[in-house]
Design a protein. Structure first.
Ligand code: BGC
Length: 265
């Protein structure tokens, strides 16, 4: 009995829906680490709600069959790369437009037959970083910025997440910031690291002026190449790379699933 109670409260499944892959894992919520390997399936194309729900269900089924899986009726956390308001997708900058207005919580809850809590992908990464990673114990405002296909952002103040802060959609010099300074913009425009650093400089110094954070944490795949551009940035705020690299979305969404479940009670 005590074993299963412990499992239910400290272990949860998190799923990270991305443009190219959908990844899931079982998370130990005490340590913020994955238990065992993560499961990844290519994002179906077109990535319609029904097709994505099918893949999420396959991943959850695979994880649920493992020894360390949480109880079959326990909540599942899911990230999605768009504004998520009360479980409903309200934007679709880099995903299939049919997601706009989709109640992702209800869709996945019905498909999986267990409670699902969906959140913005950068918010999930932010939550993971302040709970277990580079932002742990930092007072005041932490901004987690993910550089990928778009630019995601998470605002956390004294450990509390303020969701759906879309700093990647700030208009700077008449352009949407992520169209200039995301990792995909660097590839698209074939920029050198110096050129990319200039674009990041414009973005980070503007955000620094607007938000006065205590810490910037950089996430996304390109955080692995931070030595190539971070030393070139000149801002007053400390700026570090994320600790949980590829799994931040899985970890943060797993954590949020339990928090949401508690709040709903
Ligand atoms: C979306 C955000 C998302 C970010 C990273 C942006 O285009 O608007 O909601 O967090 O991309 O995926």
């Amino acid at each position: 009995m005590s074993k299963s109670v412990k499992k239910q409260t400290t272990v949860a499944i998190g799923i990270d829906i991305g443009g190219t892959g959908i990844k899931g894992g079982i998370v130990n919520l005490t340590t913020g680490k994955l238990i065992g390997d993560r499961v990844r399936i290519d994002t179906p194309q077109p990535a319609t709600p029904a097709a994505v729900a099918e893949v999420v269900s396959q991943i959850v089924a695979e994880l649920s069959a493992l020894d360390d899986a949480p109880a079959p009726d326990s909540p599942v956390g899911v990230t999605f790369p768009a504004i998520i308001h009360h479980g409903v997708a309200r934007s679709a900058a880099n995903v299939d437009k049919s997601w706009i207005g989709t109640d992702v919580d209800s869709l996945l809850t019905a498909r999986l037959g267990r409670p699902v809590h969906v959140m913005n992908d950068a918010d999930a990464a932010g939550l993971a970083e302040v709970r277990y990673g580079a932002g742990k114990g930092v007072d005041g405002t932490v901004l987690v910025i993910t550089l990928g296909t778009g630019i995601g952002s998470a605002l956390i103040h004294n450990g509390v997440l303020i969701p759906n802060i879309e700093l990647g959609h700030l208009e700077i010099d008449s352009a949407v910031a992520e169209s200039k300074a995301s990792a995909s913009a660097r590839e698209r425009d074939d920029l050198s690291w110096d050129e990319y650093a200039e674009r990041l400089q414009r973005f980070f110094s503007h955000v620094e002026f607007l938000m006065s954070p205590n810490l910037f944490v950089i996430g996304g795949g390109i955080s692995k190449r931070a030595d190539d551009y971070l030393p070139k940035l000149s801002i007053n705020t400390p700026i570090v790379t994320a600790s949980s690299k590829n799994n931040a979305g899985i970890v943060g969404s797993a954590l949020q699933s339990l928090i949401s479940e508690q709040l709903a009670k």
